[in-house]
Structure formats: C-alpha cells, structure tokens
Ligand binder design. Structure first.
Ligand code: NAI
Ligand code: OAA
Length: 329
C-alpha cells in the first residue's frame, strides 16, 4: 500500500448501530491518523435511504482526511480495489440467544461477500469480521475467497480483550494502562478464555497479583465472557460504541503495528499453534509488524487454561461442522 494515496476502506452494515459510531471514528482519524481515506459503504437495499442520512452527517463533520464516500448494495462494486474491509453487517442477537444461534441467519452474507472480495478487492486486502458469530463468519468469508491468502482474514475478539483489561484493572485498583499481555483464546462467545496467567500488571504476573483463583474462575472469566449478554440486558440492544472502538483498534494495529513490548488478541486462522486445529479462526495473542501478524509462541498453559481453550476450540469445530452442513463452506 502506498502511504499517500487515499486508503479505500469498505464497511458493511453501514446504516446500523455499530457503524453509527465506527464510521465517525474512522473518518476523524482514530484508524490511521491524518492519512487520507475513502469510505466504501455497503448496505442492503432497504437501508440505503437511512445510509444516505449517515453520509449527510459524515459530510456535515467536514472531516479533513475523508476524501470520498461511495455507497451501494452491490458488494462487487463497493469492494472494488479496497485495502481494508470491516464486515460488520449482520443481524445482532437478542436477549436469550447465543451468538452461534445467528449462524443460519447470517452465514450466507459472508459467502457472497467472500466471493466478491475474492474477485474485486486489492490483493493486500485485510478483512476483519465483526458481525456475529464473528469467528465462523470469517471462516466462511475466507473459504469463499480462495485467491486471497487465509492470513488476510481475521475476526474480532478485541472487545473481549478490552473488557478483560478493564475488569482486571478495576479488581486491582490500577489504571488500565498498567495492564499488558492480555490474551483472549478461542471463540468470541461464552466459551472464550480470557487468560490472566500470561497477563501482566505493571510488569508482574496478573494471576499472582490477584491471588484468588476462585475470583478468576467464578467472577472474572464469566463476567468477560458474558459481557455482551449483560449489555443486551441493560440496553435492550447489543454493544455498539465499544464494538466500534474495538473494530478500529484491531484494524489500526493490523495496519500500523502493535505497541512495542505488548501483544493483542486477534482471531486469526490457526497454523496449528497451541494445538488449535489448522484453519479454524481462533483468538490468539498476536503481534503485528509491517502489516503482518504473528501468533506469539511459547506461552505456558497450565491444565486449567488448556481445558478452557480446548472447550472453546471444540465449539469452533462444531460451528465449522454446522456451516459445512449448511453448504456455506
Ligand atoms: N465481534 C464483536 O465483538 C461484536 C459483534 N457484534 C455484531 O455485529 C453485528 C452488527 O451489529 P449492529 O450494528 O448492532 O446491528 P444493526 O442491526 O444495528 O446493524 C446491522 C446492519 O447490517 C445491515 N446488513 C444486513 N445484511 C447485510 C448485508 N448482506 N450487507 C450489508 N449490510 C447488511 C443491516 O441492514 C443493518 O443496517 C451483529 O451481528 C452483532 O451481533 C456486535 C458487538 C460486538
Ligand atoms: O453479545 C453480543 O451479541 C454482541 C457482542 O458480540 C458483544 O457485545 O460482545
């Protein structure tokens, strides 16, 4: 990617809740600072009118680096030449549902979008899936885009990562900036495993500082893993501004690199690391340099961590089997 031409960024579900925050964060520079950008916004036909209203508001912000906006309902046109694609558009869950319950409703969106990306996106496109169930939707898009290297498909677990950092900082009464080396393992679902045994606070081991394994198991892990449901119960709608923030942070780090001396959680196609079957899109600790991520190797996983990761990975296998049966991959 050249650094002066506007970066073409596709965003789907552009008239929805998450995008009502996300688009303004991207356009105001949270993603790439003052680098010029062009937004390519995809919606379904009935939502195009509402999207026109969002575009009017983007215009009314007079963002200096937003060079152009194109909207449409045809992914082959909207994705043409894009370097980054944030796939947000999908139905959100309602109270009482698990994210996996959305597979049959949302899965088909990602076959069509994967094929369109395959045919028209820039060769170096980075595809980040936020729409739920994010990991398996990313798998569907990836499998439907055989000409794009698998490593260019990620799913979002950064919101879980941020939730885990915030819960840990609150427990220890420290600023969230003291927390580093957080990892979410597995699926963006209630089975995810937020790992305090490899996390650090002020450079010291987080689990040792907490010193309370019962809190980790019975309080911390379920609070992080079920935070999405708690927000739906409180707001009547799923998280939106925090999801937009996480989407920006994941893509920003993927393009510009992760902070020196730390890692972030990214759901990426497994290369077999930590015994996660190759090809599943599972969350790992990752660092990014020169626009390429690497899974951090060599972390110690005790019996407790191993069992938690295995349970989440088993759910990813089940989801992959379900979408195979649905003929989506
Ligand atoms: N991975 C994560 O951490 C999180 C994921 N999510 C998920 O993000 C998704 C979007 O959430 P919201 O913005 O709150 O939902 P929303 O319902 O407000 O907006 C979704 C938008 O997507 C559009 N859409 C549907 N099919 C489309 C298609 N084929 N192409 C383009 N656009 C399409 C809809 O018209 C709608 O405007 C949901 O699946 C939600 O569960 C939400 C929070 C966090
Ligand atoms: O919980 C949901 O359905 C929305 C979501 O993914 C989250 O907030 O983590």
């Amino acid at each position: 990617m050249s650094t002066d031409a506007p970066l073409k960024i596709a965003v789907t579900g552009a008239a929805g809740q998450i995008c009502y925050s996300l688009l303004f964060r991207i356009a105001s520079g949270s993603l790439l600072g003052d680098r010029p950008i062009e937004l390519r916004l995809l919606e379904i036909t009935p939502a195009l009118k509402a999207l026109e209203g969002v575009v009017m508001e983007l215009d009314d912000c007079a963002f200096g680096n937003l060079v152009n906006i194109e909207i449409g309902d045809d992914p082959r046109k909207v994705f043409d030449g894009v370097h980054a694609a944030m796939l947000v558009g999908a139905m959100p869950r309602k109270a009482g549902m698990e994210r996996g319950d959305l597979l049959s409703a949302n899965g088909a969106i990602f076959t069509a979008q994967g094929k369109a990306l395959n045919d028209v996106a820039a060769d170096d496109v980075k595809v980040l899936v936020t729409g739920n169930p994010a990991n398996t939707n990313a798998l569907i898009a990836m499998k439907n885009a055989p000409d794009i290297p698998a490593s260019q498909f990620n799913a979002l677990t950064r919101l879980d990562h941020n939730r885990a950092k915030s819960q840990l900082a609150a427990k220890l009464g420290v600023p969230v900036t003291e927390v580093s080396h957080m990892t979410i393992w597995g699926n963006h679902s209630a089975t995810q495993y937020p790992d305090l045994f490899n996390a650090k606070v002020g450079g010291k081991n987080a689990a040792e500082l907490v010193g309370d394994e019962a809190w980790i198991e019975n309080d911390f892990i379920p609070t992080v893993a079920k935070r999405g449901a708690a927000i739906i119960a409180a707001r009547g709608l799923s998280s939106a501004a925090s999801a937009a923030n996480a989407t920006v942070e994941h893509m920003r780090d993927w393009i510009l690199g992760t902070p020196e001396g730390d890692w972030v959680s990214m759901a990426v196609p497994s290369d077999g690391s930590y015994g996660v079957p190759e090809g599943l899109i599972s969350s790992f600790p990752c660092i990014v340099k020169d626009g390429k991520y690497e899974i951090v190797q060599g972390l110690e996983l005790g019996e407790f961590s191993r069992a938690k990761i295995d349970a989440s990975v088993a759910e990813l296998v089940d989801e992959r089997n379900a979408v195979t049966e649905l003929g989506l991959i």
